[in-house]
Every structure is written in C-alpha cells, then in structure tokens.
Design a protein around this ligand. Sequence first.
Ligand code: SF4
Ligand code: SF4
Length: 408
Amino acid sequence: MPNQESPSPIPAKRPSGTSAPLTPGYAGHVSAVNCPAYEPETVEQALLEALTPFGGIASFVREGQTVLLKPNLLSPRPPEQAVTTHPTVVAAVAKLCFAAGASRVWVGDSCAGDHSEKRLWEKTGMTAAVPAAGAELKSFTEAVKPLPVGDLTVPVPSWLEEVDVVISLPKLKTHILTVLTCALKNTYGLVVGHAKAVYHGHFPSPREISHFLVDLHQALPPALNIVDAVTVMEGDGPANGTPAHAGLLLAARDPVAIDAVASRIFGVSPAAVPLIRRAEEVGLGAADLADITVVGSGKERAATCRFRHSRALFLQKLPPSLFKLTTYLLTYRPKINQTTCVRCGVCAETCSQDAIIQRPDGTYRVEKARCILCMCCLEACPHEAVDVNSPARWLRRRRRKRREDKAV
Ligand code: SF4
Ligand code: SF4
C-alpha cells in the first residue's frame, strides 16, 4: 500500500508534553460538525463542511487512485443499533472520492466471529448502499498476505496491495475493554477473521492489546479518519450498549487527536485510555486536549455533550500481570443469556481460549477460569445474548434473591 503524502493546509504543531515528534501531516486538528440525521443530503453537506479545513477530499484522494473505505462492520446488526458505521456515511464518502477522481472505491471490514459476509453486508445496509454509490464491497475471505507488525506477522487481505489510500470510517462507541472504539481501534478490522481473536490471547490485558493496536495502526495508517458520531453507542459497548443521538461527524488526519476528542464525549480523560496514551507516546498524534484545535459547527456540541462510558472503566488501571486473576476474583466474566441465545455456536467458535463450552442439552456456558476477558464472544454474538457479569450485578442479584426468599 503506497504511502499517501498529501499537502495539509493546517500547519503541524507539536503538542507540549510529548517526547516524540509528530509525524508530518498529523496536526492535532479535529473538525467537528453538526449532522442531525442520516438523511443523505444532511450527511453529504456535513461531510463537505468537515473536510473543508483540510482542503477538502482532494487533499487525500487523487485522480485514478484506488481508495479503501474502512467502516466498522463489527457484526451483522442493523444500522439503528449503532453497532456499525451507518451506510449513508459510507455512501457519502464514496461519492466524494469518485468526485475527486478515484478510479475505484472499495469498502471492507472483517467482522468479529464467523459470520457470512453476505449476511453481514445485508444486515448492516452495505449491500444496498455501497453499489448504489458506485463502490464495491471487498471480501476478507480471499487470499491473505502477511504483514509484519512488531514481532508478529499479521494476515491482511492481499488486495490491500492495490490500495493507494485508506480512509477510516469508525463508529463512535464505548468499549468495555479498551474504553472506546474510534479511529485508533478501527484499523483492527483490516486483520483477517479469527486471527483477531487469537491476538487477544497474545495480549490479554487492555494495556497489552493497546500497544499491539498502535503498532498495527502504524503499519496501516489511514490518510484520513471520518467518525460517524450521529448516533453513538454509550454504556457497555461495542455491541450491547445503548444508541444515543450525538448529531456529529468528526474528521481528522490525526487519529490520536480525534480519539481524544471522542473520549471527552464520554466524559473520559484521554490520559485514562491506554490506546490514546500509547499512540501519543510513539508520536502518532496529539492527546492533550489543550493542544488540540477543534473547528466546525459542532465544536461546542463536541465539547459539552456527555454520554455514559462503560461501567468497566477501572479495568484500564489493572497491571497486565494481575488482569486475569483480578477480573476473575471480581467475577468480571461474560455470561450467556439463555433466554435470548439461539445456540448458534458463533461465540464458541470465536473464543481463542476454548472457554465457551456446549452442555449436553445444547446450551452454552463460559468456563470462567479459562476466560481472558477479551470480549470477542460479546462482539461476535449477533443476538445480544452475551453480557458481562460484574460485582455490582452479582450483588444486585444476591439482594433480589434475599428479598424473594424473605417474601416466601
Ligand atoms: S451466545 Fe448464543 S446466540 Fe450468541 S453467539 Fe453464542 S450461541 Fe450464538
Ligand atoms: S469467553 Fe472469555 S476468552 Fe472467550 S471470547 Fe469470551 S471473553 Fe474472550
């Protein structure tokens, strides 16, 4: 994938408090614009406004290039559930790329779990929206090529070699393991299939997986990030949180700055997010809000709107060596809801630790001691049947049971 070096109308500025120099072109600037609804004209207008401070799409896409749009297509869920990037946003960016002279616009993401791509694309609205915009959906089940990332070799689709520019289109959501999923984490979907679950086994704590995700982001840097924050997911994302209307589109070259602004939307300091901290350490961008310039009609809204973060925020503070034991003792483990589970087995196939066991009666259960709390089962389940147990929930259940026992 050739590197895209585009001239920026925004001068690079080096944030205070960072030891590493900023990569040229990453400027600590974020565009935040109002986008009240997913109507095509509204999104297209908001997109034009969001890109204006960067010189428009022409600063990123040139005549004849092949562009990959990388939305978040976590699992086959409809757009209104706010699990995936909205198809209207994907289609609007694709049209803009063609208007800038792109010869091919591809759209692709590797979902969590073993789902058919046909079902994934249909459920997420991509089957209808992507071809209508003249773009093409790319499969992650074709040939793969190895990509060196740190000490590992990571499988990515071989067609990535033909891509000139990657534009990342994350959905803004909370994440029970990494606090939030936005620009920095979105690159993970370029890794093919089950390998993603396996890497969680190699890096079994928020801090360790954050280092790996930053290495991966450096190996596959998008030229531009456009965040779908019209409807965000608050609470315990990335799959089972609550959709909430934020009415924003965010855009930036700098993935750290855009994630820092996104973390504030959930009332979380960027310094509390290991992914952002690590990315700043290696010089990927600006993490200190004091060093980030936000422009656009949604600037005030981005600074003042607040949505609920995950209840597991404290997990970030656990040292990697104590993560598995502490979360086990605190009863933080996935729990399968036997009422909503349809016994499809996707979670068991996804789990790299073989911690999801099928009972003789066909139901599934989590073997708590084996679980590393990677959340892959929760992400992969298409039926919202996996939740996370916690001490608070355990106490609530105990109190309820005592009350019921007394009443009898
Ligand atoms: S929890 Fe049930 S419905 Fe969800 S993936 Fe597992 S088996 Fe399928
Ligand atoms: S059971 Fe535990 S280890 Fe297995 S996928 Fe779920 S969270 Fe990860």
